[in-house]
Design a protein around this ligand. Structure first.
Ligand SMILES: C[S@@+](CC[C@H](N)C(=O)[O-])C[C@H]1O[C@@H](n2cnc3c(N)ncnc32)[C@H](O)[C@@H]1O
Length: 353
C-alpha cells in the first residue's frame, strides 16, 4: 500500500512504515449522563451540583508509589471498561472501585469547571498554554498535500473546556487552510462541556460548524457515536490520569482509530532524573501552593489536592509508553517527548495497518 500525505509531523519516524490518513466519518451526538450516586466513605463528603449529588474526597495523605498498573491490571484490556471487582485509586487513596473513582473524579471536575481555565494559568504560570500549543502544532492537524485537502476526523477525549479542540480547529482552518477537519470534544463531565460550549461561541462560524460535543466515558465510548476505525486522530490532554481504567481507554482509542490513525496524549509526567533541585521545587510548588491557590481562588482545596496527587500517581514516561504498546499501538523511537524537564510529556502511538 502506498504511503499517503502525513497528518502528523512528529510521527514521521513511524509513518515511514505506516501510511496515514484515510477518509471516513464519525457521528457525534450527545448522550445523556447517568445520575451519579455517591459510594460514600468516611472521608468523603457530598456536593450538590446542578441537581445531582457528587462525592469528593479528603484523601489520606499517605503518598503511594506511582504505578503503571494503578488503574487496573494492564493485561486486562477490557474495552467495555468498568468491570466489577477491580480496585483503583483516587489520588493517594487506594482501594476504590472503578465506579467510585469515576464518581469522585466527576465531583472534582463539576466543582472546578467554572474556575478551571483561570486556575490552569495560575497553577502553571501559563505554561499549559505553551505545552498545548506545542502539542497541537506537533500534530499539524489539517495538513494534507492533496488538492482538495483530505477531510480529517479528530476526537479530543477528556476535552473539557475545549483548549485542545479550539487550537486544532484554528491550526487546520487558518494555518493549513483546510476547513474539512471535524473535531469532536468528548468528556464525561457535562459541567466541563458546558463551559467548552460557552467558549466555542466566540470561535469563527466556520470553526463552530466543524465542532461537536459528546458526553461520554473514555473507557467505554458509545459505538453508535464513535464507530470503530473511524478517526484519523485521537487526542487526550491532561485527562487520562483521571480515568478509572487506563488500559480500557487505550483499547477504546485503538478501536475508534482507523488503521494508520494516531493516538496522542499530553499529560503531566515525571521530572527527568538528574534534576533533583528542580524536582524538589516542583513538588514543593505542587503540594504546597496548588491546593492553597485552589482554596483561595476557587474555594476548593480538596479538588486541587486530588489533582496534584493524581499527577504523582501517574505512571512514568516509560511505564506509560509500555501501556500504549500493550494496547496494540506502534510507538516510534523513544515514544514520548518531555516538556519542561518532564513536568509534562507527549506520547504518541499509531494503530497498525
Ligand atoms: C484536567 S481536565 C483536562 C481538560 C482539557 N483536555 C485540557 O487540557 O484543558 C480533565 C478532564 O478529564 C475529564 N474526564 C475525567 N474522567 C473521564 C473519563 N472517564 N472519560 C472522559 N473524560 C473524563 C474531566 O471531566 C475533565 O474535563
Amino acid at each position: 500500500m502506498a504511503a499517503r500525505p502525513g497528518l502528523l509531523r512528529a510521527t514521521t519516524q513511524i509513518s515511514s512504515r505506516y501510511p496515514r490518513l484515510c477518509m471516513s466519518s464519525i457521528r457525534s451526538s450527545s448522550i445523556s449522563s447517568k445520575n451519579s450516586t455517591c459510594s460514600n466513605s468516611s472521608s468523603s463528603h457530598h456536593r450538590a451540583v446542578a441537581g445531582r449529588t457528587f462525592c469528593t474526597t479528603t484523601p489520606n495523605r499517605k503518598p503511594a508509589s506511582p504505578s503503571a498498573s494503578s488503574t487496573a491490571d494492564p493485561s486486562d484490556n477490557n474495552a467495555t471498561g468498568n468491570a466489577t471487582g477491580r480496585t483503583t485509586h483516587f489520588g493517594f487513596e487506594d482501594g476504590l472501585s472503578e465506579s467510585e473513582k469515576t464518581e469522585r473524579v466527576a465531583g472534582v471536575f463539576h466543582s472546578v469547571a467554572e474556575s478551571y481555565d483561570r486556575m490552569n494559568d495560575l497553577m502553571s504560570f501559563g505554561w499549559h498554554r505553551v505545552w498545548k500549543d506545542h502539542f497541537v502544532s506537533s500534530l499539524n492537524p489539517g495538513h494534507s498535500s492533496s488538492n482538495p485537502p483530505a477531510p480529517q476526523r479528530i476526537l479530543d477525549v477528556a476535552g473539557g473546556t475545549g483548549d485542545i479542540a479550539f487550537r486544532m480547529l484554528r491550526h487546520a482552518h487558518v494555518l493549513n487552510r483546510n476547513p474539512s477537519v471535524h473535531v469532536t470534544i468528548s468528556d464525561i463531565n457535562p459541567s466541563m462541556l458546558a463551559v467548552g460550549k460557552q467558549r466555542s461561541a466566540s470561535l469563527p462560524a466556520s470553526q463552530q460548524a466543524s465542532l461537536s460535543f459528546l458526553e461520554a466515558d473514555a473507557t467505554s465510548l458509545p459505538p453508535g457515536a464513535i464507530a470503530s476505525n473511524s478517526l484519523d486522530l485521537y487526542t487526550v490532554a491532561f485527562g487520562i490520569r483521571n480515568f478509572a481504567n487506563i488500559p480500557a481507554a487505550l483499547a477504546e482509542a485503538r478501536r475508534v482509530l482507523k488503521p494508520g490513525g494516531v493516538f496522542a496524549c499530553l499529560e503531566f509526567s515525571k521530572v527527568v532524573a538528574g534534576a533533583p533541585l528542580f524536582d524538589a521545587i516542583y513538588k514543593r510548588w505542587s503540594f504546597g501552593a496548588i491546593p492553597l491557590i485552589g482554596q483561595l481562588v476557587a474555594g476548593d482545596r480538596d479538588s486541587y489536592q486530588y489533582l496534584v496527587e493524581s499527577i504523582e500517581r501517574f505512571p512514568s514516561q516509560e511505564e506509560f509508553r509500555g501501556l500504549i504498546e500493550d494496547a496494540g499501538f506502534v510507538v516510534g523511537g523513544r515514544g514520548y517527548e518531555n516538556l519542561t524537564g518532564g513536568v509534562a510529556a507527549i506520547h504518541k502511538g499509531m494503530k497498525p495497518l
